[in-house]
Design a protein around this ligand. Structure first.
Ligand code: UD1
Length: 449
């Protein structure tokens, strides 16, 4: 039984199930359950903004705090609803969390329970990331299955298969993944498809396993590399960072570290696309253009001038965009998280663009809302054909998921008249103060409470 094991240094003496008291929210302004954005579009953008830390890197890095009893300091952590959810989840487990601006200090030296409840997991699928670290360090974990979501089934079979290969015993019980293990042991894992959080979960688990793990077909997304760098700063021995073959030599224990979260490439890409759609120019500070090659290539094809010199990223769009065709695929190819924004860009571009989604089924929820703005889009299987119209026109629309919401904002900025985007709590999950950044670019955007 896990309790009796001598090898894992930080095993719980007895996993306790308890309900943590309701915690104050990390930032009241991101509690925008009923908020809407009112956008008056049709004007060119002009200005400068600073890109935030990457949501998809911050979430696994915060979770990595579960792997050590020492303090992990994460810098450049964006103020987002998904970050607040992750911190709440960690606090419920007994991790002490201190947040000061964009710096978060985490200490998992008194973990009292290894359960992630449905109430939190259902709001954020990435909660599954606690599974690997918990079973690796404490020998047990009980994590609610995420279930379906707006953009498709999104199963976690690869996470489970990989942890089983590392020696965990896993069963599904009452909607929970229940994992138990003595000390995990290294293994060769070939994932059936490229999975970002799957690779991250297995990498974190393998960091504390006995012996070497090799993950083949690993995700090469920069956020996976950022997590690997954070883990290495904590004493992990991970090689092949950023490649599809990651090897991890397990260590007995990890220690504290300070890590600065990489810039958000999807936020960056969204703002670049907004300028391409509305016209104008912008300077984005703090971005990392090297993580955006495929997106920048497509924006140039659309007619935008993009300059990436001297640590700044500048975009200038002085023409109506050309419609472009693209196909989403794992990094370094075009990101699925930018697909919706490019459909929005194509909606008022010159010509016809075909956009094929290969990562997620059912990720065209934004199409019906874009049609309310006058977009001419038809869907056939996983391809959307977008015939650019001369001018979109404002309308009330509803956000359905995170990137769909971003696409509505992009389209609204290009549209004539007023658009009200309802249910922007989706937007608040992944974009830090989007309306103030857009305002800094001269957009007419207000948050309506
Ligand atoms: C992550 C990102 C998300 C992005 C996605 C793809 C985070 C927190 N989220 O999501 O923003 O859109 O990568 O770049 O980083 N799959 C399975 N079984 C599994 C795991 C995945 O079938 O066990 C499938 C999924 O259903 C999907 C594909 O694999 O079709 C890729 O999913 P995955 O890379 O795992 O997405 P996430 O990690 O959830």
């Amino acid at each position: 039984m896990p309790d009796a094991l001598p090898v894992a240094p930080d095993r719980l003496t007895r996993p306790v199930q308890f309900r943590a008291p309701a915690l104050p929210r990390d930032r009241p302004h991101i509690d925008g359950a009923m908020d809407k954005l009112r956008i008056r579009g049709g004007t060119r953008l002009d200005g400068e903004i600073t890109v935030s830390g990457a949501k998809n890197a911050a979430l696994p890095i915060l979770v990595a705090s579960l792997l050590t009893a020492d303090e992990l300091i994460a810098e450049n952590v964006p103020e987002l609803q998904d970050v607040a959810t992750t911190l709440k989840l960690l606090r419920q487990m007994g991790v002490s969390v201190e947040r000061s601006g964009n710096t978060v200090r985490l200490k998992a030296d008194a973990v009292t329970q290894t359960e992630a409840a449905y109430e939190l997991v259902k709001t954020m699928r990435a909660s599954i990331l606690v599974l690997g670290p918990l079973v690796a360090r404490f020998g047990s974990a009980r994590v609610s299955l995420p279930g379906g979501c707006a953009i498709g089934a999104r199963p976690v079979d690869q996470h489970i298969k990989g942890l089983e290969a590392l020696g965990a015993t896993i069963r599904i019980e009452n909607g929970f993944v229940v994992a138990q293990a003595e000390r995990l042991r290294g293994a060769r894992i070939v994932t059936d498809m490229v999975t970002v959080t799957g690779t991250e979960n297995l990498m974190m688990a393998a960091a504390l396993a006995k012996g070497e793990t090799v993950i083949e077909n690993a995700a090469r997304e920069p956020e996976v590399a950022d997590l690997a760098n954070a883990l290495n700063a904590m004493g992990a021995r991970i090689r092949g960072v950023g490649t599809s073959r990651i090897s991890i030599e397990g260590v007995e224990r990890l220690h504290g570290a300070t890590h600065r979260v990489m810039p958000d490439r999807i936020e960056t890409g969204t703002f670049l696309t907004a300028v391409a759609a509305a016209g104008g120019r912008a300077t984005l500070r703090g971005a990392d253009p090297r993580t955006l090659d495929s997106v920048i290539d497509k924006l140039r094809e659309a007619g935008a001038q993009i300059d990436t010199q001297n640590g700044l990223l500048r975009v200038d769009m002085s023409q109506r965009a050309n419609a472009i065709s693209l196909r989403t695929a794992p990094y370094p190819e075009f990101p699925t998280d930018m697909q919706a924004q490019f459909i929005a860009l194509n909606s008022s571009a010159d010509g016809v663009g075909k956009v094929t989604e290969t990562i997620f089924e059912n990720r065209f929820m934004h199409v019906h809302e874009l049609q309310r703005l006058g977009a001419d889009i038809s869907i056939d299987g996983n391809t959307a054909t977008v015939r650019g119209v001369a001018r979109l026109t404002g309308a009330p629309v509803m956000a359905t998921d995170l990137r769909a919401s971003a696409s509505l904002v992009v389209a609204a900025l290009a549209a004539a008249g007023e658009t009200v985007v309802d249910r922007i709590y989706h937007l608040d999950r992944g974009y830090e103060r989007m309306e103030s950044k857009l305002a800094a670019l001269g957009a007419d955007v207000v948050r309506v409470k």
